[in-house]
Design a protein around this ligand. Structure first.
Ligand SMILES: *Cc1c(COP(=O)(O)O)cnc(C)c1O
Length: 411
């Protein structure tokens, strides 16, 4: 009797999303019909172009010669010794050009725009990090960039506004409503819908309607592919744990997707801010529930009316009331573990990594370092690989102003 040979299952990153952008019940596309037409077109174009030899070749060359990839994996000897627990390693996305992982997907999105003959890149930005990364990509390709930003954020994030202007982007101030991220999103979509033929909307994380959660993950996957190879080369084995901070979820999906099919525990770290009360944090997977916002279905923090709840974190890049649908899916099926770090834990980790290793992390990434430090004490015989999503130069004035006393502490 012959038994049918079992078919090799597809790698996990190929199993989801389905053709409609669903990761299980999460994801999809919940947007007005005129916007849906544009998303369908971007989806079709992406599916075709991402397989073309020219596109792959050009993206590889950009990563190597412009971005400085591969970024190294680094063993934190001092930090590991001090904790006296697990061995801690960093994937150094802070050394990626422009200082964070965001350029990985912005260069991909801008390259796609070039292949589509688009004449303008449009985006919203909150703290300005996505705006700066996209402005960098626009300068490289010679494509004009228009970044919509709330007036409150413009006042708060002055250095990033200056950077965008130096890089040649047009910053459009948004004066409606609370004058922050939500209004900036509305304004950017409005501008995009005025001329969808000549412009393209560039989303800043693995969020929004299909195909963005898929596309942004694929552009970030390079982080996980490199890290897996580098880690095995350094240590002869896989890490036991991979840790990344989760705002929208792009840096985490980037590194996770390199290890999805391995016996490696994947930890997403959400910002617990000042505590567990609604409005004091942005830990959407930990405290949120199923819902739909910003064009996709996921797990999110909402108020009584089902609208996006106010959220807070010391790290402005993590300050988002939901998380990409793939994170909701991976958590629900039990493939990932979701943890948290508070403002104070993150600031403490910010100083600890600076002091012990000479690396100033972004406050966002410091959440991952804080969580990994706790984990390292619980699992002394294991290896932990952290995605250090960005560098902390942008945060130094704020940290010294608000948390100057930490600088007096011994680490
Ligand atoms: C924007 C940002 C994040 C959060 O975004 P994700 O999409 O969750 O990765 C994390 N780290 C840095 C340095 C950032 O700039």
């Amino acid at each position: 009797m012959s038994t049918p040979s079992p078919r090799t299952p597809l790698p996990m990153h190929r199993q989801v999303p389905d053709a409609h952008g669903f990761f299980g019940k999460f994801g999809g596309s919940f947007i007005p019909p005129e916007l849906q037409k544009q998303m369908d077109e971007i989806d079709r174009a992406y599916q075709r172009i991402c397989r073309s030899h020219d596109f792959i070749h050009e993206l590889r060359s950009i990563r190597k010669h412009f971005q400085g990839r591969p970024t190294p994996v680094y063993y934190c000897k001092n930090l590991s010794n001090r904790i006296d627990g697990a061995r801690i390693y960093l994937k150094r996305e802070d050394l990626n050009h422009s200082g964070a992982h965001k350029l990985n997907h912005c260069m991909g999105e801008a390259l796609l725009a070039k292949y589509l003959g688009k004449k303008k890149l449009i985006a919203e930005t909150g703290a300005g990090q996505h705006g700066v990364a996209l402005a960098t990509a626009g300068a490289y390709f010679g494509i004009p960039v228009e970044v919509h930003m709330g007036e409150v954020d413009i006042a708060k994030e002055h250095p990033n506004v200056v950077r965008m202007k130096i890089l040649g982007a047009r910053v459009v101030p948004v004066s409606s409503g609370l004058r922050t991220l939500k209004e900036a999103v509305d304004s950017a979509f409005e501008a995009y819908l005025k001329d969808p033929v000549n412009s393209i909307y560039c989303i800043g994380s693995v969020v929004g309607p299909h195909p963005f959660p898929l596309m942004v993950r694929e552009f970030q996957r390079v982080v996980g592919i490199e890290a897996r190879e580098q880690f095995i080369e350094m240590t002869g084995k896989l890490p036991d744990n991979v840790v990344a901070c989760v705002g929208g979820g792009s840096n985490a999906m980037g590194i996770f997707s390199g290890f999805l099919d391995d016996p490696v525990e994947l930890h997403g770290v959400e910002p617990l801010g000042r505590g567990a009360k609604l409005g004091d944090h942005a830990a959407s997977l930990s405290y949120g529930k199923e819902g739909t916002m910003h064009g996709f279905h996921s797990i999110m923090l909402t108020d009584e009316k089902g609208n996006p709840a106010p959220v807070y974190s010391v790290a402005s890049g993590l300050d988002y009331p939901s998380t990409g649908p793939e994170h909701a899916y991976l958590k629900t099926i039990g493939r990932t573990t979701v943890g948290t770090a508070t403002d104070e834990e993150a600031v403490d980790a910010f100083f600890r990594l600076s002091r012990l290793e000479g690396i100033i992390p972004a406050l966002e990434s410091a959440h991952a370092v804080a969580y990994a430090t706790k984990l390292a004490k619980e699992r002394p015989t294991q290896d932990i690989l952290i995605n250090l999503s960005g560098r902390g130069d942008k945060d130094i004035d704020f940290v010294m102003d608000q948390y100057g006393s930490y600088a007096e502490k011994k680490y």
